[in-house]
Design a binder for this molecule. Structure first.
Ligand code: 5GP
Length: 108
């Protein structure tokens, strides 16, 4: 079981931002920006390669709600999902990093 599944089950604490029956958003423990939220499906999928389009549609709607609740929808934010070895993914449970709350350095 992943660390994030333990958070979903309430076995590890988190600072929750927003939740639905299918998804959970909470603050990253080691923030890389003023606002750094992780959005995850409660179901354990390893990474973006395992997602199906119907789930992604619902996940997108959830993330839009999260950025609204976090107050960064208008100021802007960056979504990142690390996938696989070359990305440096550390937690093998699909998650989107939502970064914002301040100007972010250019990546590309
Ligand atoms: P990855 O490298 O897999 O894309 O990112 C994993 C993220 O999970 C990192 O940004 C890390 O700080 C965060 N993280 C790891 N363990 C915990 C935890 O127990 N709680 C929270 N809130 N975040 C965590």
């Amino acid at each position: 079981m992943t660390i994030f599944s333990k958070i979903v089950r309430g076995e590890l604490p988190c600072k929750k931002v927003y939740e639905s029956d299918e998804f959970l958003a909470f603050y990253d423990i080691a923030p890389k920006a003023k606002v750094h939220i992780l959005a995850i499906p409660k179901r354990e999928l390893k990474d973006f390669n395992e997602i199906d389009p119907a789930l992604m549609e619902r996940f997108s709607a959830f993330i839009l709600k999260v950025v609204e609740v976090a107050g960064i929808k208008e100021s802007g934010y960056r979504l990142i999902t690390n996938t696989g070895a070359h990305s440096g993914q550390e937690v093998p449970h699909l998650h989107f990093h939502i970064l914002g709350g301040e100007p972010l350095g250019a990546l590309i």
